[in-house]
Design a protein around this ligand. Structure first.
Ligand code: AMP
Length: 691
């Protein structure tokens, strides 16, 4: 990763200025030692102070360049304000708090649950319903064999180091990352070359082996953050929670680390359910479990979280998408591989161009990127703080054709919230092999096609005589030869009568004689094509999206008296935990009766709401409802009409009691906007004394 031009220039300027300060400091000392005249010493000191001042100004600019202009402290202060509000208003609660909690486990409280339910309802609407997906709901407890086939048992690991004295565990890459970031952020006198080295480590962090990570930790003298004790060498730690199924303990299992495997293992039935037709997509929402080594980023890295995943199965030879035209015009921030490796920043692109220029591998992948963009922005994610970043070649699994992450910028930096990957045929092949059940699709030809087929026929009797117990390995190795290898073997057998042949599973070379195998090409009629579908997988971390939504929606504004800052969540009505609150202006029976009548009409219209009959001032009640992100507040100040106040503008209209529910409904279901309503109803200009 290249350094920003301004940061690099500033680091060089800092180094030059420091050298000038040192030189001037020495000049002052020399003058004093030599007993120079006071005026001369004073002038030199003045020059030194001026240089120091210039250095401090560069230091400030550099600090701002490193922290993205906002300044590290204000980012932290902003996060603290959001988190305090979220915890105080019970959007979420650290789980098992009365027992001092467990890192990485959180409960959603009442408004948090409502927001989550709204996000999931919109997800179902936007993806499952609009795209006709097949939704499934599979168990969290998964037998080992499934996760062995998927590769999770062997490879779902992070590299861990231990405090050699206390045994406390840390993620090795996180310690190295923290070290580099801290140095870059705080050591302003660091030379540009050293800074480039640390930035490069940050860029290749995911790619470092255990040995390389261990070597860097040693080289930089990184120790356990809490105790300063030395650390063990890094070693892999599997992130899955292990369990056993049934009382005997004989069936090993795991809590699923993702929901996708449940869909893959059901492919055969889902394909049949879909009339044996491709493409089709299956979807699943559910809990995923990852025993993160040392989770630190609040709701962003947790040990149990909700995933919403889509597996879109498609013919590998035709990844066009019939609805691509609907989203091709969308333009948003994309961060292709080339821009990342050449140190440029994300750029605005039309997704249609990104696909036609081959930057995004295929239309289906591009279609989902566009749909994810619409989903996130309609939820209230800020367009300017959302980008789609392509995986670098070293980040992608070898089988993947292309991967893009929807990253959202929050106070923790750019966070991966949705991964969108073309995983080729890897998963279905892996489960076909392990289960012995072919997970394949067919394309029936309208006319039979004549094809030339390679036929390899091992002569088992001869092979058995020659290789005895190893016969099976030799037969399998012969059968999986590709066309080129097989035709070369055929010609060598014809010319020389025998050939040397490497059998991987035996780890040695054997001699194959002419009588042991026949290789030919035969013309055949084919009525269908049989293939393993490719899968395009958008995988949504619901908790991460919700946390970023909290940050993007949060702002503060001064109270009327100007003596305090009031918190507001500007949630779109779609995600707001409730759509409106109803306040009788003063505590009296008549107004409370009206409030109840309005509440009934809101219930009939299906609008979630709350009545607040506490005696607190109306201003305080507005502040409370703003802090929950409730879009509209109805104040009952007469028995025939009421005021409706919009949260962000604080504009109020007056509407009759009969009209209230329909006004709230049309604004919150999106059929009207607030400005439409403002136009139609009389404004209420008599703002309550508290506002
Ligand atoms: P992955 O399978 O690792 O690509 O993860 C899929 C999605 O799950 C990511 O895009 C994240 O949004 C989310 N995710 C992964 N790990 C965690 C975690 N520990 N806590 C919360 N969300 C996570």
């Amino acid at each position: 990763m290249a350094m920003d031009a301004s940061e690099e220039t500033l680091r060089r300027a800092m180094a030059d200025k420091q050298a000038a300060v040192d030189a001037q400091g020495k000049a002052v000392r020399d003058l004093k030692v030599s007993g120079a005249a006071k005026a001369e010493v004073d002038a030199a000191v003045e020059a030194l102070n001026a240089l120091k001042l210039e250095k401090s100004s560069i230091e400030n600019q550099l600090q701002a360049a490193i922290t993205g202009g906002a300044g590290g402290l204000s980012r932290d202060a902003f996060r603290q304000a959001v988190v305090n509000t979220l915890e105080r208003r019970l959007f979420y609660i650290p789980s098992f708090k009365i027992y001092r909690g467990v890192a990485g486990l959180y409960d959603y409280g009442p408004p948090g649950c409502a927001v989550k339910a709204n996000v999931l309802a919109f997800w179902r609407q936007h993806f499952v319903l609009e795209e006709n997906m097949l939704e499934v709901d599979c168990p969290c407890v998964t037998p080992e064999v499934v996760l062995k086939a998927s590769g999770h048992v062997d490879k779902f690991t992070d590299l861990m180091v231990k405090d050699e004295k206390t045994g406390t565990c840390y993620r090795a890459d996180h310690l190295l990352k923290d070290f580099c970031k801290e140095k870059l952020g705080k050591d302003l006198s660091m030379h540009a070359e050293k800074a480039a080295e640390l930035k490069n480590i940050l860029a290749v962090l995911d790619d470092l082996s255990a040995e390389e990570l261990g070597a860097k930790i040693k080289e930089y003298g990184i120790v356990a953050p809490d105790t300063k004790n030395s650390l063990s060498d890094p070693y892999p730690f599997n992130l899955m929670f292990q369990t056993s199924i049934g009382p005997s303990g004989l069936i090993p299992g795991y809590m699923r680390p993702e929901t996708a495997q449940g869909i893959f293992v059901n492919f055969k039935d889902l394909y049949y359910f879909n009339g044996n037709k491709l493409p089709f997509a299956a979807a699943q929402i559910g809990q995923a479990f990852r025993n993160e080594i040392s989770p630190r980023q609040g709701l962003l890295r947790v040990r149990e979280f909700t995933l919403a995943e889509i597996e879109h199965f498609v013919d590998p030879e035709d990844k066009s998408h019939p609805k691509f035209g609907d989203i091709a015009h969308l333009e948003f921030l994309m961060f292709p591989r080339k821009e990342q490796t050449s140190g440029q920043s994300a750029k605005r692109m039309r997704i249609g161009d990104a696909v036609s220029e081959g930057i995004v591998n295929n239309q289906t992948l591009g279609y989902f990127i566009g749909r994810v963009y619409l989903f996130l922005t309609q939820l209230g994610i800020d367009k300017e703080r959302l980008r789609f970043r392509q995986h670098l070649a070293n980040e992608m699994a070898h089988y993947a054709a292309d991967c893009w992450d929807a990253e959202i910028e929050c106070s923790y930096g750019w966070i991966e919230c949705v991964g969108i990957a073309d995983r080729s045929a890897y998963d279905l092949r892996a489960h076909s092999e392990k289960s012995g059940v072919p997970l394949i699709a067919h394309e029936k030809f309208s006319e039979p096609r004549e094809v030339e087929k390679l036929v390899i026929a091992p002569v088992k009797k001869e092979l058995g005589l020659a290789f005895k117990g190893s016969q099976k390995n030799v037969v399998e190795a012969l059968e999986v030869m590709d066309e080129k290898e097989a035709m070369e073997m055929k010609s060598t057998l014809e010319s020389k009568g025998e050939v040397e042949f490497h059998v991987c599973t035996l780890g040695k070379v054997v001699t194959i004689k002419k009588n042991m195998v026949t290789i030919s090409k035969e013309k055949k009629k084919e009525y269908q094509r049989v293939f393993t579908p490719s899968v395009v997988e958008p995988s949504f971390g619901i908790g991460r999206i919700i946390y970023c939504l909290f940050e993007h929606s949060f702002y503060t504004r001064p109270s009327k008296a100007g003596d305090e800052q009031l918190n507001v969540f500007r949630f779109p009505p779609l995600v707001a935990p409730i759509k409106c609150t109803v306040f009788p202006l003063v505590q009296n029976q008549q107004y409370e009766e009206v409030a109840k009548r309005i509440s009934t009409s809101l219930t009939v219209a299906g609008i979630s709401h709350k009545i607040d009959i506490t005696g607190t001032s109306i201003g305080k009640r507005y502040a409370r409802t703003d802090e929950l992100g409730v879009p509209l507040a109805i104040t009952v100040d007469s028995t025939s009409s009421v005021t409706i106040r919009e949260r962000d503008s604080k504009d109020q209209i007056r509407a009759s009691i009969e009209d209230v529910a329909s006004v709230v409904k049309e604004v919150t279901d999106g059929s009207s906007t607030w400005p439409d309503v403002l136009w139609r109803f009389p404004a209420h200009s008599h703002v309550s004394t508290d506002e």
